[in-house]
Design a binder for this molecule. Structure first.
Ligand code: HEM
Ligand code: NAG
Ligand code: NAG
Ligand code: NAG
Length: 361
C-alpha cells in the first residue's frame, strides 16, 4: 500500500466514524413542556391525552383499542395501486369516519359502526383531520397493549373528499387467492399480510356469531404477544365445524374463535412458514408489523406528511414466552410449514381452560 492509498483509507475511516456519531435530529420543546422532533407535532400531545381519557378508558388495551386498530385497516385498505376507478378518495384518509353513511353499508364493515360512533364525538373535540384522527387513534390504542411495537404516526392528512369504493376490505370467507390478490392490489406482499395479521392477537369478534359477542382470537386478547400464531395452528374440529357460522371455523379452545381466513392463511404454503416463524419471536413480529403498519397508514397519502411518531406512547414490553395453552402440546399442532421445525414451547400448567369474552363488545 502506498501513501495515497493509506491516506484514502484514513479518510474513509474518518467519514465512517462521523456517520456513526451523527447527532440525533434536533428536538423542539413545546409550550407545554413536551419534546418532539418537529414543532407541528406539539398540538398532538393534547389529542393523545384526549384519546386515552375519552376513548381508551385511561390507556386500556380493551375493546376500543382493538376496534381502533381494525378501523385503521378498514379505512386505509380502500385503496388501489392501479388507481381508484376515477374516485379521488381512498387510502388512509379517514373517509370511513366522515362518509360513514356510505362505507358502513359495505358488508365487510359490519360492526365497525360501534367504533366510528364512539370516535365521532371525540374526533370533533380535536383539531385533527379525520385521517389523522383515525390513524393516531390506532397507534395510540395499540400502544396500550403490552408487547406491541411503538407504531409510527405521520401527521398532516387532508380531509377526505369521497368514500372509498366497496369490496376493498377482505372478508373471512374469502379464499387465500382472493385475499392475496386484494392485498397485492393495495401494494402489499404475502409476507406483509401475515405481518398485518399480528393485529389479531388483540382481537375479538362481535358479528360473526352475534350470540357470543367479544369472542377472542387467542387466549390473551389484551397482550400483543405471538399466541395468536400458535393457537390458530392447533388442530381444530372438522372444517367447517359443526355449529360454526360463515367465516368461522371452530377452535379447540373453549371461548375462542378462529376466522376461516386465519385458518387457511396459517396453513397455506405461501404464508405458513412466516406464520410459524412469528411464534415466540416477539421482535420479528414487532418489526414486521410496525413496518407493514407504516405502509398502511400512508396509503394514498402524499410524502409531505410529518413524522410525529415520537408522540406515540412507548408500549409496555411483553416479557413472557409463547406457550401451549394448558393440556395442549406439540402433538396438537397441525404443522403446515415443512421447511422449519416447530418451535419448542412449554405447556401452561393446570386443567383445560376457557377464555372469557372481551368486555364491552
Ligand atoms: C385477511 C384479512 C382480514 C380479515 C378477513 C379480517 C377479518 C376480521 C373479522 C371478521 C373480524 C371480527 C369482526 C367482528 O365480528 O366483530 C376482525 C377483527 C379484527 N381485525 Fe381483522 N381481518 C383481516 C385483517 C386485519 C388487519 C390487516 C388488521 C389490522 C392491521 C385487522 C385488525 C383486526 C382487529 C384489531 C380486530 C378486532 C376488533 C375488535 O376486537 O373489536 N384485521 N377481523
Ligand atoms: C388546528 O389545526 C390547524 C391546521 O392544521 C393548525 O394550523 C392550528 O395550529 C391548529 N390549532 C391548534 C390549537 O392546535
Ligand atoms: C405533555 O402533554 C400532555 C397532554 O397535553 C400534558 O398533560 C403534559 O403536561 C405535557 N407536558 C409534559 C412535560 O409531559
Ligand atoms: C356518522 O357520521 C355522523 C356525522 O356525519 C355522525 O354524527 C355519526 O355519529 C356517525 N355515525 C357512525 C355510526 O359512525
Amino acid at each position: 500500500m502506498d501513501f495515497s492509498q493509506l491516506l484514502s483509507l484514513v479518510a474513509l475511516a474518518l467519514v465512517a466514524s462521523q456517520v456513526a456519531e451523527a447527532a440525533p435530529p434536533p428536538k423542539v420543546t413545546c409550550a407545554d413542556g413536551n419534546v418532539t422532533a418537529n414543532a407541528v407535532c406539539c398540538q398532538l400531545f393534547s389529542a393523545v391525552a384526549i384519546l386515552q381519557e375519552n376513548l381508551f378508558d385511561g390507556a386500556q388495551c380493551g375493546e376500543e383499542a382493538h376496534s381502533a386498530l381494525r378501523l385503521s385497516f378498514h379505512d386505509a385498505i380502500g385503496f388501489s395501486i392501479h388507481g381508484m376507478q376515477g374516485l379521488s378518495g381512498g387510502g388512509a384518509d379517514g373517509s370511513i369516519l366522515v362518509f360513514n353513511a356510505t362505507e358502513l353499508k359495505f358488508h365487510a364493515n359490519i360492526g365497525i359502526d360501534d367504533i366510528t360512533s364512539e370516535q365521532f364525538p371525540v374526533f370533533q373535540t380535536t383539531n385533527l383531520s379525520a385521517g389523522d384522527f383515525v390513524h393516531l387513534a390506532a397507534a395510540v390504542g395499540t400502544a396500550n397493549c403490552p408487547g406491541a411495537p411503538q407504531l409510527d404516526f405521520f401527521f398532516g392528512r387532508a380531509p377526505p373528499v369521497a368514500p372509498a369504493p366497496d369490496l376493498t376490505v377482505p372478508e373471512p370467507t374469502d379464499s387465500v387467492d382472493a385475499i392475496i390478490e386484494r392485498f397485492a392490489d393495495a401494494g402489499f406482499s404475502v409476507d406483509e399480510i401475515v405481518a398485518l395479521l399480528s393485529s389479531h392477537t388483540v382481537a375479538a369478534a362481535d358479528e360473526i356469531d352475534t350470540t357470543i359477542p367479544g369472542t377472542p382470537f387467542d387466549t390473551t386478547p389484551f397482550t400483543f404477544d405471538t399466541q395468536f400464531f400458535v393457537e390458530t395452528l392447533l388442530k381444530g374440529s372438522l372444517f367447517p365445524g359443526n355449529g360454526s357460522q360463515a367465516g368461522e371455523v371452530l377452535s379447540p379452545i373453549h371461548g375462542e374463535m378462529r376466522l376461516q381466513s386465519d385458518f387457511e392463511l396459517s396453513r397455506d404454503p405461501r404464508t405458513a412458514c412466516l406464520w410459524q416463524a412469528m411464534i415466540n419471536d416477539q421482535t420479528r413480529m414487532q418489526t414486521q408489523f410496525k413496518a407493514a403498519m407504516h405502509k398502511l397508514e400512508l396509503l394514498g397519502q402524499p410524502d409531505t406528511l410529518v413524522d410525529c411518531s415520537d408522540v406515540i406512547p412507548v408500549p409496555a414490553p411483553f416479557k413472557g414466552q409463547a406457550v401451549f395453552p394448558a393440556t395442549f402440546s406439540r402433538r396438537d399442532i397441525q404443522q403446515a410449514c415443512l421447511l422449519e421445525p416447530f418451535p419448542t414451547l412449554q405447556t401452561l400448567p393446570g386443567p383445560e381452560t376457557s377464555v372469557p369474552p372481551v368486555p364491552g363488545s
